[in-house]
Design a protein around this ligand. Sequence first.
Ligand code: SF4
Length: 319
Amino acid sequence: METLRARIPLLRERMRECTLCPRECRVDRLGGRTGFCGLGAGAVLARALPHFGEEPPISGTAGAGALFLASCNLRCPFCQNYRISRERMGETVDREALAGRMLELALRGCHNIELVTPTPQLPAVLESFLAACEWGLNLPLVYNCGGYEKADVIGLLDGIVDVWLPDFKYGSEGDAVACAAPADYPQRALEAIGEMIRQTGERLRTAGGIARRGVIIRHLVLPGRVRNSLETVRLIAERLSRKVPLSLMSQYTPVPAVAGDPLLGRRVTREEYEAVVDGALELGFENLFIQEVDERNLAPDFDREEPFRWDPGPGSGRG
Ligand code: SF4
């Protein structure tokens, strides 16, 4: 808890000329300015709920204690959480209120506290986590992020985050730019995820089947972009690790914003997904999480009380 207490002011100070993420907007968020993410200095929470659709060591049987936080430092046009990430759906919550939501998730039996896209509001979220810990919370902290992170900010979370759950979306600058991400996405992801692996090691440590410490790298296979996926898994294998658990996701579902797009407007085919799984196996990955290619609409609806109502159980889909 002392590490957490000591790091929060360092992270908060970064908001004065904001460099919390690689966008480096350098606006004074403590003085009321906003940058690319559009967030002020406080926390904005969209939903807090037990989530059964993550990888089995994250969701377990009782669910991940997911806190879906508003906004994102990427604006992927195909984001299934677009109501939260792009439209910034959510309500401003103070330190005690957010801490209370964490404790509620613990009381509901969740296996962890899973922060979904926390980086732009990290200081406020960690202040609430600290308060919850002071009130007795004792669960692993899971950091679910888009992979566009600064390695030095990730370094400040050493000893605080137990399980890292980053995306590695694009293996080449061209694919990143084609999907509206910054050209330096692959390099930033390599540096940040490298730091995560340095902190917690290549192997996922579990107790009773539930993740306690480690990294799971996620990659969402996009329609028509098998080459991007193969390049991404090659980068992970050659520059990061073949031992680190790799979660290959087939759940891509077009959202309204890309419904008419010639590539992004359709689901991933079984052939595309299997080509990526085969590529990862050939590269020697030892721990793969794979999914069925499902014909159903798997996009969550955050306007519903249960956004993942289609979800039949652990490991069936991820958000
Ligand atoms: S956290 Fe927001 S304001 Fe800060 S650098 Fe990133 S996008 Fe810009």
